[in-house]
Design a binder for this molecule. Structure first.
Ligand code: GLA
Length: 404
């Protein structure tokens, strides 16, 4: 079912649809065609970092920074899409789609990759011409690419075929990223964008690929602070972490039958095997094992309104990502430090893959502006960089919007 246009999105929808209309004016149009609109949110991860590809737990929320595509179905097996921000039109044909080989590609790769993965999965696709507009900052660790993939999956889907479930579509979009774009990411970003639930975070079990909505206490708001240091999801650093985790699994499994991933390893098992692991591998494994427990404890703390525990859990996660997993940065550490000095900020940590990008803070409603002011004045003094602050709301996952 199509969601109605939210009041806050009416101007945006009207601008996109009129841009679509003027772009297509004078071109041959199919008589049955009509304008459609789809949206897909970015995500912020509350806790559970690098646990997804270790088949553990994550707790992201889909947020109201979103990719929107207005389009008209096309009777050709092709896609033509204009990015409004970049003022750039790109196109591709379904025939002959093949994984990209250049290291740095274009935004259209995420759309083409989604088509490629849908075709590979046997899902029917349909061509379209459209316009794209995104409020998800690019390169900030808020999953602009997963949002583009999920919005594309809705625009590409043949509406006469049954829509796959959110978990299946997330797996297909992850395949686009792994197999077409060439980033070996886990399932979190695509699943959060596909399955978000307004007012909730999502507890995702990355082994069973199931999501359980976890209500956000109404007294808390989520504030995302962008360090302005672009997160370089440097594929090599990311993939090295992944390989180190896999090495840990291999060594532990030699003595512990039944261990297939770090999800199967608990603290006692890690301690028993620690001296058999290379030092770095041991630290990586310790982060993952304890981070999984922190996700579960965070869900309980949110449920119980246990604000002290939230602060402790976020602080422990950040310290572990800095010291054990080594994916934080000076800028992220400073941003967390600034946030923690503001009354009303209950919990703060880096979010996403790290190496730059954003922090996430849980803030008492009413204290958001004090946090913004402190960050905008104090953070540039410490780093020489300009920050951006986003008050975000947890929203529903990707889908069509009613334009009638
Ligand atoms: C990126 C990846 C995710 C996840 C996070 C780290 O966002 O795309 O799959 O691994 O990093 O938690």
């Amino acid at each position: 079912m199509n969601a109605p246009i939210p009041a806050s999105g009416r101007a945006r929808a009207a601008a996109l649809l009129s841009r679509l209309e003027s772009g297509l004016a004078g071109q041959s149009r199919s008589s049955t065609a009509g304008a459609r609109l789809v949206r897909a949110p970015g995500r912020v991860n509350l806790i559970g970092e690098y646990t997804d590809f270790n088949l553990g737990f994550v707790l992201p929320a889909a947020i109201d920074l979103e990719v929107w595509i207005a389009f008209e179905p096309w009777d050709r097996p092709e896609v033509e899409l204009t990015s409004i921000e970049l003022n750039e039109t790109r196109s591709f044909a379904f025939a002959g789609l093949a994984p990209r080989t250049e290291r740095h590609g274009s935004w259209i790769d995420y759309v083409a990759g989604t088509a490629w993965a849908m075709i590979e999965a046997g899902l029917p696709v349909r061509g379209f011409r459209g316009v794209l507009n995104s409020t998800v900052p690019v390169g900030a660790g808020l999953s602009s690419s997963a949002a583009l993939e999920m919005a594309s999956s809705w625009a590409l889907a043949d509406p006469t075929a049954a829509r796959p479930t959110a978990d299946r579509m997330a797996v297909v979009a992850q395949r686009a990223e792994n197999g077409y774009v060439g980033v070996n990411c886990g399932i979190m970003d695509q699943f959060a964008s596909a399955a978000g639930s307004a007012g909730h975070a999502l507890l995702i079990d990355c082994r069973s690929i199931t999501a359980t909505p976890s209500p956000m206490p109404p007294a808390l708001s989520i504030v995302v602070c962008d360090t302005g240091a672009p997160h370089k999801l440097d594929a090599s650093a990311y993939n090295t972490r992944r390989a180190e985790c896999e090495e840990g699994v291999r060594i532990i499994a030699e003595r512990e039958p039944g261990v297939k991933s770090l999800r199967d390893v608990d603290e006692a098992m890690l301690t028993r095997n620690r001296n058999r692991l290379p030092e770095i591998v041991g630290r990586r494994c310790e982060h993952i094992v304890l981070e999984n427990s922190r996700v579960i404890a965070t869900v309980a703390a949110l449920r119980d309104g246990d604000l002290d525990s939230l602060g402790r859990l976020f602080a422990a996660s950040h310290a572990s990502l800095r010291n054990l997993f080594e994916v934080s940065s000076v800028e992220l550490d400073e941003m967390v430090d600034v946030a923690n000095s503001v009354p009303g900020v209950l919990a703060s940590r880096m979010t996403g893959a790290g190496f730059g990008g954003c922090t996430v803070s849980l803030v008492e409603r009413g204290a958001e502006e004090s946090l913004r002011e402190r960050v905008m004045t104090e953070y540039p003094k410490r780093t020489g960089l300009t920050a951006r602050v986003f008050n975000v709301e947890a929203v529903d996952g990707a889908g069509p919007i009613d334009v009638s």
